[in-house]
Design a protein around this ligand. Sequence first.
Ligand code: PLP
Length: 379
Amino acid sequence: MKNKELIRQAKKHGTPVLFIDHDVIRANYEKLRKHLPRVGLYFAMKANPEPQIIKTLFPLNSGFDVASLQEYEAVLGNVPAKALRGHKKNDFIWDKIIVANTIKPIATLKAITGYNTLMTFDNPDELTKIKEHCPDAGLVCRLRVQNVGSVVELSSKFGVEPGDAANLIEKAFNIGLTVEGLSFHVGSQCCNIDNYLNALEASAQIFKEVGKRGFKMRLLNIGGGFPVPYDGNVPDFEGLAKKLRKEIDRLFPKKIEIVAEPGRFLVATAATLVVEVVGKSFRDNKWVYYVNDGVYGTLSGVIFDHIPYHFSSFKRGEKKMSAVVGPTCDALDTISTAEMLPELNIGDFLYVKNCGAYTNGSATTFNGFPKAKIVNINA
Ligand SMILES: Cc1ncc(COP(=O)(O)O)c(C=O)c1O
């Protein structure tokens, strides 16, 4: 959206307001498909749970990576009725959902048993739960892989050590479960291609070892992590994809289905947040602007996602070092201590680009401030 239109829309809807452009989501999806044509995509809903995104991606043939029963039900509730018509519990679109949380509450397993859902696991206790409460699941063994240099590290919490994976998979088959394949996650906003290359190599070894033991797997899930160009230091996606394509084809025969669970890459660049200056104060030799959304709201990614967000002004004028803070009564609610901005007045708008991933999804209403309104464009 051009600046004039952004201001007009912000005035119309009120601030704070998050504009999500679905044409950008479609373009990001097509870009992934074009550069990784062998890789089927499950959108990781945790990156942005806005229901309209499910409606946009489903017709493009996207699947969905869900982390909870609530996200699972959100998919069921937002795909077109005709896609579900005639589907009964036992023949549900199992290629459309993967429960990619290695730890699932028993109530969740009970609720989705009968749907033949794909789900990840990484420990024997989870296998026992699945055997008892959701034995028809197709299992995907998540590996612990290197997350070096990724902005959000995940390996401290998830994944079986590659050296222990074959034994765990054998155990699953021996108790009557079906292991469809392997998954890994190299860490979110991964700018280190070696993380992917090492994980692919480790996965290929495990495919071989499991095969030697007489068991067949058919699927490799390469997770998410595809980096978004928040700044100029991020490696270009085309180069990364080229290396990935080559390595996947070298290590995995065509009969192995390759899928991924991208979150950030599909949605980050699709959203722009507009906030309003609700107060200002000259402190520590710079202007501090208090705006009506912050770290407890849409810019929660400053804390949870380790992403620094930067503000742009619609106003011209000499730029001075400034700070921008959120509206709550907590000093942690500091969005940026170093923004170059012209002097602003109360009521002026600021905007933040590339605000579509891990933002509204982790926003709270701390201090009673409502979450930003979401406005879907080109939906
Ligand atoms: C299991 C799993 N899959 C996929 C994703 C999405 O990753 P990204 O947003 O980096 O693509 C995440 C993010 O935390 C995850 O935990």
